[in-house]
Design a protein around this ligand. Structure first.
Ligand code: GRF
Length: 203
């Protein structure tokens, strides 16, 4: 089995990144985490990746000013340099242009903390509590030009419990995230999930 080489893009803590690294330790897992890139030099996830023996890189978006294209060309070049096959966004807090998305069309996943297509965007846990929804969850989806849209690869839900705060709800959802992201990446690496064959859409 030739393992797919995966690049993970992060901006912060990197707990989903860590879950992917952990899953990929299994000799039978069809992908290896070959590179972690952060757009923020201070992202705690960088140290976690380094400790796990994964190559890391920082491409600081602030160095490119308003030139989003130049930032993305640098990102893309780094991914190519490491012969990356698949990209996982894991708490990567930059919007990507249609150009970058098209370079990785069908080969890039994102994880979002809601039951898409509900609650796209930020602050999902607060908004779920405000609306009184009884279920919440997480979704892994292909990245398309529209934010938090694109065919769903994996999704699972948890109950919203009486007395939940943003923090308790986030913790419950994060457990789902850490479980479904490795499953979704496995399906993509094995060719069981594809942009063309996915019928469910998150938007
Ligand atoms: C996660 O909740 C993820 O769904 C969202 O950002 C958060 C990142 O957390 N996109 P972590 O950096 O993976 O710990």
């Amino acid at each position: 089995m030739t393992k797919k080489r995966v690049g993970i893009l992060i901006s912060g803590r990197g707990s989903n990144m860590a879950a992917l690294i952990e899953a990929a330790r299994d000799a039978n897992y069809p992908a290896e985490i070959a590179l972690v890139i952060s757009n923020r030099p201070e992202a705690p996830g960088l140290a976690r990746a380094h400790e796990a023996g994964v190559a890391t890189a920082v491409i600081d978006h602030t160095a490119f000013g308003a030139d989003r294209g130049a930032f993305e060309r640098a990102l893309h070049a780094k991914l190519l340099q490491h012969r990356i096959d698949l990209v996982c966004l894991a708490g990567f807090m930059r919007r990507l242009t249609p150009w970058f998305v098209s370079q990785w069309n069908g080969r890039m996943l994102n994880i979002h903390p809601s039951l898409l297509p509900q609650f796209k965007g930020l602050d999902t846990h607060r908004r779920v509590l405000e609306t009184g929804a009884t279920r919440h969850g997480a979704t892994v989806h292909f990245v398309v030009a529209d934010v938090d849209a694109g065919p769903i690869v994996a999704q699972d839900s948890v109950p919203v419990l009486a007395g939940d705060t943003e923090a308790t709800l986030a913790r419950r959802v994060l457990e789902v995230e850490h479980r479904i992201y490795p499953l979704a990446l496995r399906d993509l690496a094995l060719g069981r999930a594809s942009l063309a064959s996915s019928t469910r859409h998150a938007g």
